[in-house]
Design a protein around this ligand. Structure first.
Ligand code: BDR
Ligand code: CA
Length: 334
């Protein structure tokens, strides 16, 4: 709390692989009056890490913000690297923009993991890390600073799934599947951890017309860019889920919605572990009940994760609408 008892803003480091829904999440965070994005760290995932860094700089600067961006891991910690899914997010991660304006900006000299550790030491107990890409930066940061779970206020992940089918295999969600070793480190590290996974992100469907409307309202390059990107993303979803109409899942934005409006979610706490090889590679498994046998890896003292299991989808969509429709954009930086 600040001295006059107004709740302090959430001080956030955003770890991301932008990515269309990452862009949506970033803009929700920039637009929300209770969120202060103090840094962005990038990872491979939807695009290469170099493209993710270029996109993070571009998206922030065209929205009129100058926020430190630190580049992170280019490949998974142990698994063989794959190819970014250009058919979902576009080869550039933003739906294949036809051109980009000159927006300037350069990345920090330190790595994402170094940046996270530095900021956590400078602001002990204050920072929320919202991570919405593969989790190699968090894994490396934990190796650099084993006390990190105590130095951060909390960690919120867009990751995994418990009951809902996976989106890259019958059991795996993309961010976990992309780097299962890093994800398992994150789920067993012992921080205050919330998982916002497909169990809830697949409930919140956002029509592309919503983003066209935003672009029309704001008449700003940032919302034009987002609308273009969402249009491409919705084409992909329409090809696999024609029943949704021309629409998309907001995945990453839901991590921020949880941060500012946790009352819109029902959660369940339990130990979560990740399958790191074989046909279940990338599966997130949650111990929902007590296990009456000694099981290696499932010891009762392993840290628990707060897992989002249900969501008020209508209220989420309405909050996203209200926040992105508000007057939050500044003139683009050059
Ligand atoms: C997650 O994977 C990425 O494609 C999205 O940006 C999101 O973070 C959804 O499974
Ligand atoms: Ca993402």
């Amino acid at each position: 709390m600040t001295t006059n008892s107004i709740p302090a803003k959430h001080k956030v480091i955003f770890d991301t692989d932008p990515g269309v829904d990452d862009a949506m999440a970033l803009y929700f965070a920039l637009a929300h009056p209770d969120i202060d994005v103090i840094g962005i760290t990038t990872t491979f995932g939807n695009v290469t890490v170099e493209q993710a860094t270029a996109n993070a700089l571009y998206l922030t600067r065209i929205a009129g913000r100058s926020i430190p961006v630190a580049q992170g891991v280019p490949v998974p910690l142990a698994k063989d690297p794959g190819t970014p899914p250009a058919f979902i997010h576009g080869a550039d991660g933003l739906g294949n923009l036809t051109s980009r304006v000159e927006a300037g900006g350069v990345a920090e000299v330190e790595s994402a993991a170094e940046f996270i550790v530095k900021m956590a030491r400078q602001h002990p107990g204050e920072i929320t890390l919202v991570a919405v890409g593969p989790f190699g930066n968090l894994g490396l940061a934990l190796k650099l600073e084993p006390q990190l779970p105590k130095l951060l206020k909390q960690v919120v992940l867009m990751a995994g799934t418990v009951d809902e089918p996976g989106n890259v295999s019958p059991v795996a969600e993309a961010n976990v599947w992309n780097d299962p070793d890093a994800a398992d480190l994150v789920f067993t590290a012992g921080w205050d951890l919330t998982m916002v996974g497909l169990d809830v992100t697949h409930r919140v469907v956002l029509p592309s017309t919503f983003f066209t409307g935003l672009a029309k309202k704001h008449q700003h390059i940032a919302t034009d860019t987002l609308s273009h990107a969402v249009n491409f993303y919705a084409n992909f979803y329409q090809s696999i889920r024609p029943d949704l109409g021309h629409a998309c899942y907001g995945h990453d934005v839901l991590a921020f919605v949880w941060l500012v409006a946790p009352e819109l979610f029902k959660t369940q706490s339990g130990r979560v572990r990740v399958a790191k090889e074989g046909i279940a590679n990338g599966q997130t498994m949650m111990a929902k009940l007590a296990i009456p046998y000694p099981q290696s890896g499932w010891e009762a003292d392993k840290p628990e994760t707060r897992v989002c299991m249900e969501v008020d989808a209508k209220a989420c969509a309405s909050l996203i609408d209200t926040i992105l429709s508000s007057d939050w954009l500044l003139p683009a930086l050059r």
